[in-house]
Design a protein around this ligand. Structure first.
Ligand code: SF4
Length: 621
């Protein structure tokens, strides 16, 4: 089978049993791989009574046909399950090298069920999966875990997907961390892993991936890479990563500051990409087979107060925004220390600082006091306090017992009107890019199938825009590029969501498939060269839409309502007060109407129409 290893494993930790199965042909045809496989299996395995932290909730890792080949950015891996933070499904996408190794080890997916009777790890290596005790690793952070496993197993090339203390302690903000710094699984996939007492999945493979047309894959990869290098964002991402974007957010008045009290952070220059590049970055690096080295290694000097120097990787705009502007912190050394701590603990880089920022506002307004914080003043801008609260959230200590489950849990626990400080949707916090300055991102936060997220749609209409050809393909006018307008954004967000769903099946990174390479017209030939399967452009578009609709069906079954496609009151009723978006709130309702019409979903009950389901071959679900 070309492009696939042709096998997936079902690991039952309760029974200590590994079963290896062949991939079904219809699964490949209708869902391609990665996110598609996971969502189809989740539909079959979950029911509305499934508790996210019970043995019945499957945790699924999958890769796509491009993973492990030379196709651009083909190191992606996907994890999914039912999320404790939101109660609906969550699917996360990560980078690094681990995904390629899982595939080279012989598996397109691993489904983990049940719960072990003590801490374990999986060793996935050349066609076999073994369950090993992990008692000695339990309690380690993700850096310690990788070092210890590589040393104990005697192979420095083993790649580790693991959980830190946050996952062990079942924090709803716990993620899975791969290769020390590559995180995925917002909504608490790390807690799902922890609930199964699964500390790590160690992958190492040497088998490679057979492709149908090797010369075609080489030629098309060269061609697509050349076209990518012609795109305007290529140079920016290759040199700066996304660290340059603080300037743009500030220019637009959309840099979420102090838990979204403001859209401009007065000290933004102190944590800007320039400072990072000049004073902290060592060198750029990239995930497996990626032509955009958007990531970088960095170091922060040690001090008596803060402890030893740290060395890390994977700084992005989120690093600077979340523990930075969102919490009012302008000390770059402390911002980077927070980022490194988040990876070590296995926390979510967005939700964890967002929850600390929420607590800071609650403290400012007296909702919580020194009695709740153990005497720690949660004052804006104090990076030491942010670091300490992240630690407490990971370990569930003191105030951390509440913080560890996210901002909505905090609001429910503390009450006293603190709901009005929330900036989440469906229980998940968005990144610190203010919804009021970017209507299509706002809509994407509201409709995202895993709760507020910029990566589901990853709309670019307000960030460089779409060209005329792309706009025509999407069925919108060039008016869609107007930053503060709303017309065409309902439709464009729906199309982007489907394109991203497709990209997560193949699997292609958002930054590589940001513009042209997201469209099936440009990637259909490479799909055929890798897999030997002939498909039409329309069939690829349909795969993306099928996945979005299936995710909707799962969420509705888990209890989500159409009214949950919503934003918090702050974004809808409190205008930004300064800068280029002053006076703006999110024009959500007209965008939602357009979005629902595009999708052919009922605005009342949120269900896809029978005709739409039939056209996507989902009529029997
Ligand atoms: S663009 Fe960046 S995040 Fe995406 S695959 Fe390449 S290095 Fe990884």
């Amino acid at each position: 089978m070309y492009g696939y290893m042709g096998k997936y494993a079902i690991v039952d930790l309760t029974k200590k049993e590994v079963k290896i199965k062949n991939l079904e042909e219809t699964l490949i045809q209708e869902y391609i791989g990665g996110r598609g496989f996971i969502i189809r299996w989740l539909y079959d395995m979950l029911d509305k009574k499934t508790d996210p932290l019970s043995p019945e909730n499957p945790l699924i890792f999958a890769v796509g046909p491009w993973t492990g080949t030379m196709a651009p950015s083909s190191g992606r891996w996907i994890v999914g399950g039912l999320a404790p933070q939101t109660g609906i499904h969550s699917i996360g996408i990560g980078g690094g090298q681990w995904g390629a190794h899982m595939k080279w080890a012989g598996f397109d997916a691993i489904i983990i069920k049940g719960k072990a009777d003590g801490p374990v790890f999986l060793l996935v290596e050349n066609n076999k999966i073994e369950i090993h005790p992990a008692d000695k690793y339990w309690g380690m952070d993700n850096n310690q875990l990788e070092s210890a496993i590589r040393s104990d197993l005697g192979n420095p090339d083993y790649h580790v997907a693991g959980i830190g203390p946050a996952g062990e302690n079942l924090s709803h903000m716990a993620t899975v961390i791969v290769d020390r710094t590559r995180s995925a699984g917002r909504g608490g996939m790390g807690a799902v892993m922890g609930s199964k007492l699964l500390k790590a999945i160690v992958a190492y493979g040497t088998q490679g991936v057979k492709v149908a047309d090797p010369q075609g894959v080489i030629d098309l990869t060269i061609d697509l890479t050349a076209r990518l290098m012609d795109e305007p964002h290529y140079k920016t991402y290759s040199y700066w990563g996304t660290t340059r974007f603080l300037e743009r957010y500030t220019e637009h008045g959309g840099l979420m500051t102090r838990n979204a009290q403001k859209g401009i952070f007065d000290n933004w220059r102190k944590i800007d990409g320039n400072v990072y590049l000049d004073q902290f970055r060592i060198k750029q690096t990239a995930c497996f087979a990626c032509p955009i080295p958007c990531s970088s290694y960095y170091t922060v000097e040690g001090s008596e107060k803060l402890g030893p120097a740290i060395f890390g990787e994977s700084v992005s705009a989120s690093t600077l925004k979340e523990p930075g502007a969102r919490c009012g912190v302008s000390d770059m050394g402390l911002v980077l220390r927070s980022h490194a701590a988040i990876d070590r603990y296995g926390l979510d880089l967005i939700s964890a600082p967002a929850t600390v920022a929420f607590a800071m506002e609650a403290y400012e307004y007296g909702v919580i006091t020194d009695r709740d914080t153990g005497g720690v003043p949660l004052t804006w801008g104090n990076g030491h306090v942010v670091l300490e609260m992240l630690r407490r959230a990971a370990f569930g200590e003191g105030l951390g017992k509440v913080l560890m489950h996210g901002s909505r849990h905090c609001a429910r626990t503390w009450g006293k009107g603190s709901e009005r400080f929330l900036s989440d949707s469906k229980g998940l916090e968005p990144p610190a890019t203010d919804a009021r300055a970017y209507p299509s991102w706002a809509l994407g936060y509201a409709t995202s199938s895993r709760g507020a997220c910029h990566m589901r749609a990853y709309s670019v209409v307000e960030f460089g825009g779409v060209n005329e050809v792309q706009a025509e393909r999407m069925g919108v006018s060039m008016e869609v590029n107007e930053r503060l307008g709303w017309k065409g954004k309902g439709r464009s967000v729906a199309v982007f969501e489907d394109l991203r769903s497709l990209g997560d099946c193949l699997t292609i990174c958002r930054f590589v498939g940001r513009n042209e390479l997201a469209f099936p017209e440009n990637i259909v030939d490479l799909y055929t060269a890798v897999t030997g399967r002939t498909v039409t452009v329309k069939e690829l578009y349909d795969v993306g839409e099928r996945i979005t609709n299936l995710e909707r069906l799962i969420n509705l079954r888990q209890g989500m309502k159409a009214t949950d496609d919503d934003l918090p009151v702050r974004f809808l009723e409190e205008p930004l007060t300064e800068g280029a978006s002053a006076g703006k709130v999110v024009p959500l309702e007209p965008m939602l109407i357009e979005y629902y019409q595009t999708r052919d979903w009922d605005r009342g009950d949120g269900k896809p129409s029978t005709e739409r389901l039939k056209s996507l071959k989902l009529q029997n679900l």
